[in-house]
Write a protein that binds this ligand. Structure first.
Ligand code: IMP
Ligand code: MG
Length: 177
């Protein structure tokens, strides 16, 4: 059924857990005592976001969680650079501290689009957090404020990341070949 698809572990579940804990310490220190609205980008962010917010729960900040869905036309492993809004946030971002959360920053077109889109609604602050950063593939002039791991130009699955909708449930992050 898997044909010739091979998975090779790049980042283990244990490494992810430790890094998410460290990231949440960093984030909580920045927003201490504040209300922070997390805007997850569906589908890829759902597992990372779920782990992140549960780690943040131990710190002194109030969370609001909402989601957006962005679609990028393109083939399975290559994004085209034309993001389209499919599902908007349902909570007003005006005057709030916003943290965009996504699975991976690749060309940067998705995060760039979301930053531009949400900026128009006048948030108090706007930052981004990604589990993975493929710095070598950047096309848009964006960087994330919080990065879990910087990875080389390889296609990865697991921990929410998919290939054609598959492999999101795998607890570690693997290179697909
Ligand atoms: P960007 O707009 O090119 O930064 O693309 C971001 C989106 O492309 C991510 O949210 C993922 O859905 C997808 N993507 C980019 N690289 C990978 C990968 O290695 N595995 C799975 N999805 C990826
Ligand atoms: Mg995605």
């Amino acid at each position: 059924m898997n044909g010739n698809i091979k998975l090779k572990t790049l980042i283990t579940e244990k490494q992810i857990k430790q890094r998410v804990a460290a990231l949440s310490r960093e984030i909580s220190a920045h927003y201490s005592g504040e209300t922070l609205m997390i805007v997850g980008l569906l589908n890829g962010s759902f597992i990372f976001l779920a782990d992140l917010v549960r780690q943040l729960n131990q710190y002194k900040l109030h969370l609001i969680v909402d989601f957006m869905r962005i679609y990028s036309y393109g083939s399975n492993t290559v994004t085209s650079g034309k993001p389209t809004l499919c599902q908007d946030v349902t909570i007003d971002v005006k005057g709030r501290h916003i943290l965009i959360v996504d699975d991976i920053l690749d060309t940067g077109h998705t995060i760039e689009y979301v930053i531009q889109y949400l900026s128009a609604f006048k948030p108090l602050s706007l930052r981004s957090c990604v589990c993975l950063d493929k710095t070598g593939r950047r096309q848009a002039n964006v960087q994330a404020d919080y990065v879990g791991f910087t990875i080389p130009d390889v296609f990865v699955v697991g921990y929410g990341l998919d290939y054609d909708g598959r492999f999101r449930e795998i607890p570690d992050i693997s290179i697909l070949s």
